[in-house]
Design a protein around this ligand. Structure first.
Ligand code: UD1
Ligand code: MG
Length: 456
Protein backbone atom coordinates (compact mmCIF):
# COMPACT_ATOMS: atom_id res chain seq x y z
CA UNK A 1 0.00 0.00 0.00
CA UNK A 2 1.36 3.44 -0.88
CA UNK A 3 0.30 7.01 -1.52
CA UNK A 4 1.57 8.94 -4.53
CA UNK A 5 2.50 12.60 -4.27
CA UNK A 6 2.85 14.34 -7.64
CA UNK A 7 4.84 17.57 -7.48
CA UNK A 8 3.12 20.02 -9.79
CA UNK A 9 3.24 23.46 -8.20
CA UNK A 10 6.25 24.79 -10.11
CA UNK A 11 5.96 28.02 -12.11
CA UNK A 12 6.69 26.27 -15.44
CA UNK A 13 8.88 29.26 -16.36
CA UNK A 14 10.91 27.40 -18.99
CA UNK A 15 7.68 26.38 -20.72
CA UNK A 16 7.05 30.04 -21.64
CA UNK A 17 3.29 29.60 -21.44
CA UNK A 18 0.36 30.99 -19.49
CA UNK A 19 -0.58 27.65 -17.91
CA UNK A 20 1.02 24.88 -15.88
CA UNK A 21 3.15 22.51 -17.95
CA UNK A 22 1.22 19.61 -16.39
CA UNK A 23 -1.78 20.65 -18.49
CA UNK A 24 -0.10 20.34 -21.87
CA UNK A 25 -1.38 17.44 -23.94
CA UNK A 26 1.14 14.78 -24.85
CA UNK A 27 0.16 11.64 -26.75
CA UNK A 28 -3.54 12.42 -26.46
CA UNK A 29 -3.96 13.52 -22.85
CA UNK A 30 -2.57 16.05 -20.37
CA UNK A 31 0.89 15.26 -18.96
CA UNK A 32 -0.48 14.96 -15.43
CA UNK A 33 -3.20 12.51 -16.52
CA UNK A 34 -0.58 10.04 -17.78
CA UNK A 35 1.09 10.13 -14.36
CA UNK A 36 -2.16 9.76 -12.43
CA UNK A 37 -3.18 6.79 -14.59
CA UNK A 38 0.19 5.05 -14.09
CA UNK A 39 0.03 5.55 -10.31
CA UNK A 40 -3.52 4.22 -10.14
CA UNK A 41 -2.62 1.26 -12.33
CA UNK A 42 0.22 0.46 -9.94
CA UNK A 43 -2.38 0.31 -7.15
CA UNK A 44 -1.59 3.57 -5.39
CA UNK A 45 -4.10 3.82 -2.56
CA UNK A 46 -4.35 7.57 -2.90
CA UNK A 47 -2.98 10.13 -5.33
CA UNK A 48 -2.19 13.65 -4.15
CA UNK A 49 -1.07 16.43 -6.49
CA UNK A 50 0.67 19.52 -5.21
CA UNK A 51 -0.39 22.65 -7.09
CA UNK A 52 0.14 26.38 -6.72
CA UNK A 53 -2.60 28.90 -6.12
CA UNK A 54 -2.97 29.89 -9.74
CA UNK A 55 -4.12 26.76 -11.55
CA UNK A 56 -7.91 26.50 -11.68
CA UNK A 57 -7.84 24.33 -14.81
CA UNK A 58 -5.30 21.96 -13.28
CA UNK A 59 -7.45 21.66 -10.16
CA UNK A 60 -10.47 20.86 -12.34
CA UNK A 61 -8.70 17.93 -14.04
CA UNK A 62 -7.48 16.61 -10.69
CA UNK A 63 -10.93 16.74 -9.12
CA UNK A 64 -12.44 14.91 -12.09
CA UNK A 65 -9.89 12.17 -11.50
CA UNK A 66 -10.48 11.90 -7.77
CA UNK A 67 -7.00 13.21 -6.99
CA UNK A 68 -6.47 15.01 -3.70
CA UNK A 69 -5.22 18.58 -4.09
CA UNK A 70 -2.51 20.04 -1.86
CA UNK A 71 -1.54 23.69 -2.29
CA UNK A 72 2.07 24.86 -1.98
CA UNK A 73 1.74 28.44 -0.83
CA UNK A 74 5.36 29.52 -1.28
CA UNK A 75 7.04 28.23 -4.42
CA UNK A 76 10.47 27.72 -2.93
CA UNK A 77 11.44 24.34 -4.34
CA UNK A 78 10.57 20.67 -4.52
CA UNK A 79 11.16 20.10 -0.79
CA UNK A 80 8.40 22.59 0.02
CA UNK A 81 6.16 20.89 -2.52
CA UNK A 82 6.78 17.47 -0.96
CA UNK A 83 5.97 18.94 2.47
CA UNK A 84 2.65 20.36 1.26
CA UNK A 85 1.79 16.95 -0.19
CA UNK A 86 2.74 15.14 2.98
CA UNK A 87 0.78 17.54 5.20
CA UNK A 88 -2.37 16.79 3.22
CA UNK A 89 -2.21 13.07 3.99
CA UNK A 90 -3.99 12.13 7.16
CA UNK A 91 -2.47 8.72 7.89
CA UNK A 92 1.30 9.10 8.22
CA UNK A 93 2.56 5.54 8.74
CA UNK A 94 2.75 4.53 5.13
CA UNK A 95 4.93 4.36 2.05
CA UNK A 96 5.11 7.44 -0.12
CA UNK A 97 5.98 7.60 -3.80
CA UNK A 98 7.05 11.02 -5.03
CA UNK A 99 6.79 11.74 -8.75
CA UNK A 100 7.56 14.90 -10.69
CA UNK A 101 4.51 16.23 -12.47
CA UNK A 102 6.42 16.63 -15.73
CA UNK A 103 7.51 13.05 -16.53
CA UNK A 104 4.48 11.63 -18.34
CA UNK A 105 5.65 8.21 -19.45
CA UNK A 106 6.54 6.52 -16.19
CA UNK A 107 5.13 2.99 -16.27
CA UNK A 108 3.08 1.30 -13.58
CA UNK A 109 5.48 -1.69 -13.56
CA UNK A 110 8.46 0.57 -12.71
CA UNK A 111 6.42 2.25 -9.99
CA UNK A 112 5.64 -1.15 -8.46
CA UNK A 113 9.31 -2.18 -8.54
CA UNK A 114 10.48 1.03 -6.86
CA UNK A 115 7.86 0.94 -4.12
CA UNK A 116 8.53 -2.73 -3.40
CA UNK A 117 12.14 -1.83 -2.53
CA UNK A 118 10.76 -0.26 0.65
CA UNK A 119 10.35 -3.82 1.98
CA UNK A 120 14.10 -3.94 2.58
CA UNK A 121 15.21 -0.27 2.32
CA UNK A 122 14.12 3.05 3.82
CA UNK A 123 14.32 4.96 0.56
CA UNK A 124 14.58 4.10 -3.13
CA UNK A 125 15.71 6.66 -5.73
CA UNK A 126 14.98 6.13 -9.42
CA UNK A 127 17.99 6.86 -11.63
CA UNK A 128 18.79 6.60 -15.32
CA UNK A 129 21.90 6.83 -17.54
CA UNK A 130 21.60 9.59 -20.13
CA UNK A 131 23.95 10.39 -23.02
CA UNK A 132 22.92 14.01 -22.64
CA UNK A 133 22.36 14.53 -18.89
CA UNK A 134 22.14 18.33 -19.18
CA UNK A 135 19.56 19.86 -16.85
CA UNK A 136 19.15 16.86 -14.55
CA UNK A 137 20.37 16.31 -10.99
CA UNK A 138 23.45 14.04 -10.99
CA UNK A 139 23.84 10.90 -8.87
CA UNK A 140 27.16 11.15 -7.08
CA UNK A 141 28.54 7.74 -6.10
CA UNK A 142 31.54 6.75 -3.99
CA UNK A 143 32.67 3.12 -4.13
CA UNK A 144 29.60 2.53 -6.23
CA UNK A 145 27.29 3.73 -3.46
CA UNK A 146 25.14 6.83 -3.93
CA UNK A 147 26.26 9.55 -1.55
CA UNK A 148 24.26 12.52 -2.81
CA UNK A 149 22.21 14.06 -5.60
CA UNK A 150 23.61 17.30 -6.89
CA UNK A 151 21.58 19.66 -9.05
CA UNK A 152 23.08 20.75 -12.40
CA UNK A 153 23.52 24.36 -11.33
CA UNK A 154 25.60 23.28 -8.31
CA UNK A 155 27.80 20.72 -10.05
CA UNK A 156 31.56 20.99 -10.45
CA UNK A 157 32.97 20.46 -13.95
CA UNK A 158 33.79 16.86 -13.05
CA UNK A 159 30.34 16.18 -11.62
CA UNK A 160 28.77 17.56 -14.78
CA UNK A 161 30.29 14.63 -16.71
CA UNK A 162 28.27 12.12 -14.63
CA UNK A 163 25.73 10.41 -16.84
CA UNK A 164 23.62 8.81 -14.15
CA UNK A 165 20.86 11.26 -13.21
CA UNK A 166 18.02 11.63 -10.77
CA UNK A 167 14.66 10.80 -12.34
CA UNK A 168 12.67 12.62 -9.66
CA UNK A 169 11.05 9.32 -8.64
CA UNK A 170 11.56 8.65 -4.94
CA UNK A 171 9.90 6.05 -2.72
CA UNK A 172 10.24 6.79 0.97
CA UNK A 173 8.60 5.99 4.27
CA UNK A 174 6.40 8.92 5.30
CA UNK A 175 7.79 9.05 8.85
CA UNK A 176 11.31 9.64 7.45
CA UNK A 177 10.12 12.32 5.09
CA UNK A 178 8.30 14.08 7.90
CA UNK A 179 11.28 13.90 10.24
CA UNK A 180 13.97 15.11 7.81
CA UNK A 181 12.29 17.48 5.33
CA UNK A 182 12.71 20.39 7.74
CA UNK A 183 16.49 19.92 7.79
CA UNK A 184 16.88 20.82 4.12
CA UNK A 185 18.67 24.14 3.51
CA UNK A 186 18.57 26.41 0.48
CA UNK A 187 22.32 27.02 0.32
CA UNK A 188 22.51 26.39 -3.41
CA UNK A 189 22.77 28.53 -6.53
CA UNK A 190 19.01 28.82 -7.03
CA UNK A 191 18.31 29.45 -3.33
CA UNK A 192 15.60 26.79 -3.48
CA UNK A 193 14.80 24.01 -1.03
CA UNK A 194 15.63 20.93 -3.05
CA UNK A 195 13.93 17.65 -2.16
CA UNK A 196 17.02 15.94 -3.57
CA UNK A 197 19.09 17.34 -0.66
CA UNK A 198 17.29 14.90 1.65
CA UNK A 199 19.34 12.01 0.26
CA UNK A 200 22.63 13.17 1.78
CA UNK A 201 20.87 13.93 5.08
CA UNK A 202 19.44 10.39 5.20
CA UNK A 203 22.72 8.75 4.20
CA UNK A 204 24.55 10.71 6.92
CA UNK A 205 21.94 9.51 9.42
CA UNK A 206 22.63 5.88 8.46
CA UNK A 207 19.43 5.01 6.62
CA UNK A 208 19.38 2.25 3.98
CA UNK A 209 19.10 3.80 0.52
CA UNK A 210 18.50 1.80 -2.66
CA UNK A 211 18.57 2.93 -6.27
CA UNK A 212 16.52 1.61 -9.16
CA UNK A 213 18.02 2.17 -12.58
CA UNK A 214 15.50 2.68 -15.38
CA UNK A 215 16.45 0.96 -18.63
CA UNK A 216 14.21 3.06 -20.87
CA UNK A 217 14.90 6.77 -20.38
CA UNK A 218 11.60 7.61 -22.13
CA UNK A 219 9.88 6.64 -18.88
CA UNK A 220 11.57 9.37 -16.90
CA UNK A 221 12.31 12.14 -19.39
CA UNK A 222 10.90 15.41 -18.13
CA UNK A 223 9.07 18.15 -20.00
CA UNK A 224 10.62 21.46 -19.03
CA UNK A 225 10.18 23.36 -22.29
CA UNK A 226 8.10 23.17 -25.46
CA UNK A 227 11.13 21.70 -27.23
CA UNK A 228 11.15 18.88 -24.64
CA UNK A 229 7.40 18.38 -25.14
CA UNK A 230 7.66 18.01 -28.90
CA UNK A 231 10.78 15.82 -28.84
CA UNK A 232 9.45 13.53 -26.13
CA UNK A 233 6.07 13.10 -27.77
CA UNK A 234 7.76 12.32 -31.07
CA UNK A 235 9.99 9.65 -29.51
CA UNK A 236 7.08 8.09 -27.65
CA UNK A 237 4.76 7.94 -30.66
CA UNK A 238 7.49 6.63 -32.93
CA UNK A 239 8.27 3.82 -30.48
CA UNK A 240 4.57 2.87 -30.32
CA UNK A 241 4.12 2.81 -34.10
CA UNK A 242 7.34 0.82 -34.58
CA UNK A 243 6.13 -1.72 -32.06
CA UNK A 244 2.89 -2.10 -34.01
CA UNK A 245 4.83 -2.56 -37.25
CA UNK A 246 7.08 -5.16 -35.63
CA UNK A 247 4.01 -7.03 -34.37
CA UNK A 248 2.77 -7.50 -37.98
CA UNK A 249 0.59 -4.51 -38.85
CA UNK A 250 1.70 -2.82 -42.04
CA UNK A 251 2.26 0.68 -40.73
CA UNK A 252 3.45 2.44 -43.90
CA UNK A 253 5.49 5.02 -42.00
CA UNK A 254 5.82 4.82 -38.20
CA UNK A 255 7.15 8.38 -38.16
CA UNK A 256 3.85 9.54 -39.61
CA UNK A 257 1.48 7.47 -37.46
CA UNK A 258 0.28 8.86 -34.13
CA UNK A 259 -1.10 6.30 -31.69
CA UNK A 260 -2.08 8.60 -28.86
CA UNK A 261 -4.35 6.19 -27.02
CA UNK A 262 -4.90 2.43 -26.82
CA UNK A 263 -5.01 0.96 -30.28
CA UNK A 264 -5.82 -2.74 -30.62
CA UNK A 265 -5.24 -4.23 -34.05
CA UNK A 266 -6.01 -7.73 -35.35
CA UNK A 267 -4.15 -9.59 -38.16
CA UNK A 268 -3.35 -8.35 -41.60
CA UNK A 269 -4.17 -4.69 -41.16
CA UNK A 270 -2.67 -1.92 -43.28
CA UNK A 271 -2.38 1.66 -42.12
CA UNK A 272 -1.28 4.32 -44.58
CA UNK A 273 0.50 7.54 -43.57
CA UNK A 274 -0.69 10.41 -41.35
CA UNK A 275 -3.32 8.53 -39.39
CA UNK A 276 -4.09 9.55 -35.80
CA UNK A 277 -5.61 7.18 -33.21
CA UNK A 278 -6.88 8.64 -29.94
CA UNK A 279 -8.40 7.05 -26.85
CA UNK A 280 -9.61 3.42 -27.30
CA UNK A 281 -9.68 2.25 -30.91
CA UNK A 282 -9.90 -1.33 -32.17
CA UNK A 283 -9.41 -2.51 -35.74
CA UNK A 284 -10.45 -5.96 -37.01
CA UNK A 285 -8.53 -8.26 -39.35
CA UNK A 286 -7.91 -7.58 -43.04
CA UNK A 287 -8.94 -3.96 -42.65
CA UNK A 288 -7.26 -1.27 -44.75
CA UNK A 289 -6.94 2.34 -43.64
CA UNK A 290 -6.03 5.04 -46.15
CA UNK A 291 -3.94 8.13 -45.47
CA UNK A 292 -4.93 11.12 -43.30
CA UNK A 293 -7.60 9.40 -41.22
CA UNK A 294 -8.55 10.27 -37.63
CA UNK A 295 -10.04 7.80 -35.16
CA UNK A 296 -11.23 8.45 -31.64
CA UNK A 297 -13.13 5.99 -29.41
CA UNK A 298 -14.30 3.69 -32.17
CA UNK A 299 -14.54 0.08 -33.16
CA UNK A 300 -13.73 -0.94 -36.72
CA UNK A 301 -14.62 -4.48 -37.85
CA UNK A 302 -13.01 -7.02 -40.18
CA UNK A 303 -12.51 -6.50 -43.94
CA UNK A 304 -13.36 -2.83 -43.67
CA UNK A 305 -11.94 -0.30 -46.10
CA UNK A 306 -11.52 3.15 -44.64
CA UNK A 307 -10.59 5.41 -47.54
CA UNK A 308 -8.38 8.51 -47.15
CA UNK A 309 -9.26 11.64 -45.16
CA UNK A 310 -11.97 10.03 -43.08
CA UNK A 311 -12.86 11.00 -39.51
CA UNK A 312 -14.52 8.46 -37.21
CA UNK A 313 -15.40 9.52 -33.68
CA UNK A 314 -17.30 7.51 -31.05
CA UNK A 315 -18.79 5.06 -33.55
CA UNK A 316 -18.89 1.42 -34.59
CA UNK A 317 -18.15 0.24 -38.10
CA UNK A 318 -19.14 -3.40 -38.67
CA UNK A 319 -17.45 -5.94 -40.97
CA UNK A 320 -17.18 -5.35 -44.74
CA UNK A 321 -18.08 -1.65 -44.63
CA UNK A 322 -16.55 0.90 -47.00
CA UNK A 323 -16.16 4.40 -45.57
CA UNK A 324 -14.79 7.53 -47.23
CA UNK A 325 -12.91 9.15 -48.81
CA UNK A 326 -13.68 12.35 -46.88
CA UNK A 327 -16.42 10.86 -44.71
CA UNK A 328 -17.16 12.15 -41.22
CA UNK A 329 -18.77 9.68 -38.81
CA UNK A 330 -19.74 11.43 -35.59
CA UNK A 331 -20.52 10.05 -32.10
CA UNK A 332 -23.33 7.58 -31.59
CA UNK A 333 -23.24 6.18 -35.12
CA UNK A 334 -23.31 2.56 -36.19
CA UNK A 335 -22.61 1.25 -39.64
CA UNK A 336 -23.95 -2.28 -39.91
CA UNK A 337 -22.37 -5.06 -41.94
CA UNK A 338 -21.50 -4.08 -45.50
CA UNK A 339 -22.81 -0.51 -45.29
CA UNK A 340 -21.15 2.14 -47.44
CA UNK A 341 -20.68 5.80 -46.59
CA UNK A 342 -18.86 7.77 -49.23
CA UNK A 343 -17.31 11.13 -49.94
CA UNK A 344 -18.43 14.29 -48.16
CA UNK A 345 -21.03 12.42 -46.15
CA UNK A 346 -21.60 13.32 -42.50
CA UNK A 347 -23.32 10.78 -40.25
CA UNK A 348 -24.27 11.76 -36.70
CA UNK A 349 -25.94 9.62 -34.03
CA UNK A 350 -27.43 7.38 -36.69
CA UNK A 351 -27.64 3.74 -37.69
CA UNK A 352 -26.91 2.80 -41.27
CA UNK A 353 -28.34 -0.67 -41.93
CA UNK A 354 -26.61 -3.60 -43.50
CA UNK A 355 -25.91 -3.15 -47.22
CA UNK A 356 -27.23 0.42 -47.20
CA UNK A 357 -25.34 3.00 -49.27
CA UNK A 358 -25.01 6.73 -48.63
CA UNK A 359 -22.28 7.51 -51.05
CA UNK A 360 -22.21 11.20 -51.90
CA UNK A 361 -22.52 14.64 -50.28
CA UNK A 362 -25.18 13.90 -47.65
CA UNK A 363 -26.05 14.61 -44.01
CA UNK A 364 -27.63 11.83 -41.98
CA UNK A 365 -28.34 12.97 -38.41
CA UNK A 366 -30.44 11.32 -35.67
CA UNK A 367 -31.66 8.76 -38.19
CA UNK A 368 -32.20 5.03 -38.39
CA UNK A 369 -31.78 3.49 -41.81
CA UNK A 370 -32.80 -0.11 -42.44
CA UNK A 371 -31.13 -2.58 -44.80
CA UNK A 372 -30.39 -2.29 -48.52
CA UNK A 373 -31.36 1.34 -48.90
CA UNK A 374 -29.86 3.60 -51.52
CA UNK A 375 -29.56 7.23 -50.52
CA UNK A 376 -28.80 9.38 -53.56
CA UNK A 377 -26.34 12.23 -53.75
CA UNK A 378 -26.98 15.33 -51.66
CA UNK A 379 -29.70 14.05 -49.33
CA UNK A 380 -30.28 15.82 -46.02
CA UNK A 381 -32.11 14.78 -42.88
CA UNK A 382 -33.44 18.09 -41.51
CA UNK A 383 -33.20 17.01 -37.88
CA UNK A 384 -33.18 20.37 -36.07
CA UNK A 385 -36.12 22.76 -35.84
CA UNK A 386 -34.13 25.45 -34.06
CA UNK A 387 -35.05 24.10 -30.64
CA UNK A 388 -35.12 20.32 -30.69
CA UNK A 389 -33.57 17.45 -32.61
CA UNK A 390 -35.98 15.02 -34.30
CA UNK A 391 -35.62 11.51 -35.67
CA UNK A 392 -35.81 10.27 -39.21
CA UNK A 393 -36.61 6.65 -39.93
CA UNK A 394 -36.00 5.13 -43.33
CA UNK A 395 -37.24 1.57 -43.53
CA UNK A 396 -35.49 -1.16 -45.50
CA UNK A 397 -35.29 -1.50 -49.28
CA UNK A 398 -36.18 2.13 -49.92
CA UNK A 399 -34.72 4.37 -52.60
CA UNK A 400 -34.14 8.01 -51.75
CA UNK A 401 -33.64 10.13 -54.88
CA UNK A 402 -30.82 12.65 -55.07
CA UNK A 403 -31.29 15.98 -53.38
CA UNK A 404 -34.07 14.80 -51.07
CA UNK A 405 -34.74 16.66 -47.82
CA UNK A 406 -36.39 14.60 -45.10
CA UNK A 407 -37.95 16.97 -42.57
CA UNK A 408 -37.91 15.17 -39.20
CA UNK A 409 -39.75 13.73 -37.44
CA UNK A 410 -40.60 11.63 -40.44
CA UNK A 411 -40.77 7.97 -41.44
CA UNK A 412 -40.15 6.57 -44.88
CA UNK A 413 -42.09 3.29 -45.06
CA UNK A 414 -40.53 0.01 -46.15
CA UNK A 415 -39.87 -0.16 -49.89
CA UNK A 416 -40.58 3.54 -50.58
CA UNK A 417 -39.34 5.41 -53.61
CA UNK A 418 -38.74 9.11 -53.14
CA UNK A 419 -38.38 11.20 -56.27
CA UNK A 420 -35.21 13.26 -56.60
CA UNK A 421 -35.43 16.79 -55.21
CA UNK A 422 -38.36 16.05 -52.89
CA UNK A 423 -38.94 17.76 -49.58
CA UNK A 424 -40.61 15.07 -47.52
CA UNK A 425 -42.58 16.37 -44.55
CA UNK A 426 -45.06 13.50 -44.06
CA UNK A 427 -44.56 9.77 -43.56
CA UNK A 428 -44.53 7.76 -46.80
CA UNK A 429 -46.60 4.57 -47.21
CA UNK A 430 -43.86 2.37 -48.68
CA UNK A 431 -44.81 -0.92 -50.37
CA UNK A 432 -43.32 0.13 -53.71
CA UNK A 433 -45.06 3.55 -53.77
CA UNK A 434 -43.38 6.64 -55.27
CA UNK A 435 -43.51 9.87 -53.32
CA UNK A 436 -42.93 13.08 -55.23
CA UNK A 437 -42.84 16.19 -53.08
CA UNK A 438 -41.63 19.01 -55.28
CA UNK A 439 -43.29 21.70 -57.35
CA UNK A 440 -44.41 20.66 -60.78
CA UNK A 441 -42.09 21.62 -63.59
CA UNK A 442 -43.40 24.19 -66.03
CA UNK A 443 -41.69 25.62 -69.07
CA UNK A 444 -42.74 29.07 -70.19
CA UNK A 445 -42.40 29.46 -73.95
CA UNK A 446 -40.55 32.44 -75.46
CA UNK A 447 -39.53 33.62 -71.99
CA UNK A 448 -36.46 35.40 -73.19
CA UNK A 449 -38.40 37.63 -75.62
CA UNK A 450 -41.14 38.45 -73.06
CA UNK A 451 -38.52 39.34 -70.48
CA UNK A 452 -36.73 41.74 -72.81
CA UNK A 453 -40.06 43.42 -73.72
CA UNK A 454 -41.09 43.79 -70.10
CA UNK A 455 -37.87 45.40 -68.97
CA UNK A 456 -37.73 47.95 -71.77
C1 UD1 B 1 13.99 17.89 -10.88
C2 UD1 B 1 15.01 17.36 -9.86
C3 UD1 B 1 16.21 16.81 -10.62
C4 UD1 B 1 15.77 15.72 -11.57
C5 UD1 B 1 14.63 16.21 -12.49
C6 UD1 B 1 14.01 15.02 -13.18
C7 UD1 B 1 14.85 18.70 -7.83
C8 UD1 B 1 15.41 19.81 -7.04
N1 UD1 B 1 15.42 18.46 -8.99
O1 UD1 B 1 14.62 18.94 -11.63
O2 UD1 B 1 17.15 16.28 -9.69
O3 UD1 B 1 16.86 15.30 -12.34
O4 UD1 B 1 13.58 16.83 -11.74
O5 UD1 B 1 13.01 15.42 -14.10
O6 UD1 B 1 13.93 18.06 -7.35
N2 UD1 B 1 7.72 21.87 -8.32
C9 UD1 B 1 6.86 22.19 -7.30
N3 UD1 B 1 7.17 23.24 -6.47
C10 UD1 B 1 8.31 23.96 -6.60
C11 UD1 B 1 9.19 23.62 -7.66
C12 UD1 B 1 8.88 22.57 -8.49
O7 UD1 B 1 5.84 21.55 -7.13
O8 UD1 B 1 8.50 24.91 -5.82
C13 UD1 B 1 7.36 20.75 -9.23
C14 UD1 B 1 7.28 21.16 -10.69
O9 UD1 B 1 5.97 21.56 -11.03
C15 UD1 B 1 7.70 19.88 -11.43
C16 UD1 B 1 8.55 19.15 -10.39
O10 UD1 B 1 8.34 19.75 -9.15
O11 UD1 B 1 6.61 19.10 -11.82
C17 UD1 B 1 10.02 19.23 -10.75
O12 UD1 B 1 10.39 20.58 -10.90
P1 UD1 B 1 11.25 21.06 -12.13
O13 UD1 B 1 11.40 22.53 -12.04
O14 UD1 B 1 10.79 20.47 -13.37
O15 UD1 B 1 12.64 20.39 -11.70
P2 UD1 B 1 13.84 19.94 -12.62
O16 UD1 B 1 14.73 21.12 -12.83
O17 UD1 B 1 13.34 19.26 -13.80
MG1 MG C 1 11.51 18.94 -14.66
Amino acid sequence: MFTTIILGAGKSTRMKANKSKLLFDIAGKPIVKHIIDAAKMANSKQVVCVVNNKSPSLKKILLEDDVKIAVQQKLDGTAGAAKSGLDSISKQDQNILILCGDTPFISSSSIRKIVSKLKSYDVCVGTVELDKPKGYGRIVRENNKMVQIIEEKDTSLDQRQIKEVNTGVIAIKSSLLKKHLGKIKNNNNKKEYYLTSIIKILIDSGYRIATHKFINDLEVSGVNSKVDLVNLEHRYLLAKAEKLLESGTLVRDPARTDIRGNLKVKDNVEIDINCVFEDDVSVGSNTRIGHNCYFNRCKIGNNVHIKPNTIIFGSTIADNCIVGPYARIRPGSQLKKGAQVGNFVEVKNSTIGSGTKVNHLSYIGDATLGININVGAGCITCNYDGEKKHKTIIESNSFIGSGTRLVAPVKVGKGSYIAAGSTVTKDTPGGGSLTIARSKQVSIPKWKNKKIKGTR
